[in-house]
Design a protein around this ligand. Structure first.
Ligand code: NAD
Length: 252
């Protein structure tokens, strides 16, 4: 698959999750990758080594995406280190399970600060630079099936993902004249560091996967395939869209 550009920043790539698979998928497709990390430097270093082994360049950028100024600075650092970002993948997210009646203002801010304002800060900073350079760009936002479907004990997370979907659509509208496409990838149940501990419980796993027509949890690579497609030259006429990667969970 031929990518739209060969420079990318992937946020939230310091876990055994979707960000890592996306970074590797894009590197395999020919991209130099800025690997954003927050908590686990060792995992980010390991990913950078794997990208280098594929013959591509990897640079590390660090930021708490809940801090808008730090998020913007990370994008600038990645943009300068790679000589201009052609592709941005917003992926870093904070999840917390709490009944709606118990969510505090601080809980709300912590989730929205990373999941929605963090995506906004990264995407706006990257888009401003893409517009200035004039060569177009690709922005992919990893949202969730929760962008359009509620789940119990996740009201703040679900609301943040609904916000991501509408942020992507709004950006798609305004950035189209600049040749920048903006799309979402909405995963269903994907086995990653975010939920591995819960899916290890056989009863929880069976209950969670029972309604999935394809009868398995998704892998990070399943999601990466959709992101690589949206970052590819072949997706040039796709914008403001969502690719759902959920094994058919939300068909019915
Ligand atoms: P993960 O826990 O493996 O990855 C989350 C990433 O976000 C990590 O790299 C972590 O360091 C980063 N992060 C968390 N808080 C941060 C902060 N304050 N600042 C900077 N980075 C921070 O989980 P994942 O499943 O790979 O999640 C990736 C994306 O996929 C998220 O946007 C998540 O909402 C979405 N998603 C996942 C699933 C699933 O079932 N795994 C389902 C739907 C959507």
């Amino acid at each position: 698959m031929s990518l739209f550009a060969n420079t990318v920043l992937v946020t939230g790539a310091d876990s055994h999750g979707i960000g890592r698979a996306v970074a590797l998928g894009l590197a395999k497709a020919g991209a130099d990758v800025a690997v954003h990390w927050y908590r686990d430097r060792a995992k980010a270093d390991d990913l950078a080594a794997q990208i280098a082994a594929l013959g591509r360049r990897a640079v590390l950028v660090h930021a708490d995406m809940g801090d808008a100024a730090a998020a913007r600075a990370a994008v600038v650092q990645a943009d300068e280190a790679l000589g201009g970002l052609g592709i941005l993948v917003c992926n870093a997210a904070h999840i917390q399970r709490k009944p709606f009646l118990e969510i505090t203002d601080a809980d709300w801010d912590a989730v929205h600060g990373v999941n929605l304002r963090g995506y906004f800060a990264c995407a706006q900073t990257a888009a401003q630079r893409m517009v200035r350079r004039g060569g177009g760009g690709r922005i992919v936002m990893v949202s969730s099936i929760n962008q359009a479907h509620a789940s119990p004990d996740l009201a703040h997370y679900v609301a943040s993902k609904g916000g991501v979907m509408m942020l992507a659509r709004s950006m798609a509208l305004e950035l189209a004249p600049h040749g920048i496409t903006v799309n979402c990838v909405a995963p269903g149940t994907i086995e990653t560091d975010i939920n591995r501990h819960m899916l290890a419980d056989a009863e929880f796993r069976a209950r969670k996967l029972a309604p999935v027509p394809l009868a398995r949890a998704g892998t990070p690579e399943d999601v990466a395939g959709a992101v690589v497609y949206l970052a590819g030259k072949g997706a040039g006429y796709v914008t403001g869209s969502t690719i759902t990667v959920d094994g058919g969970l939300t068909i019915a």
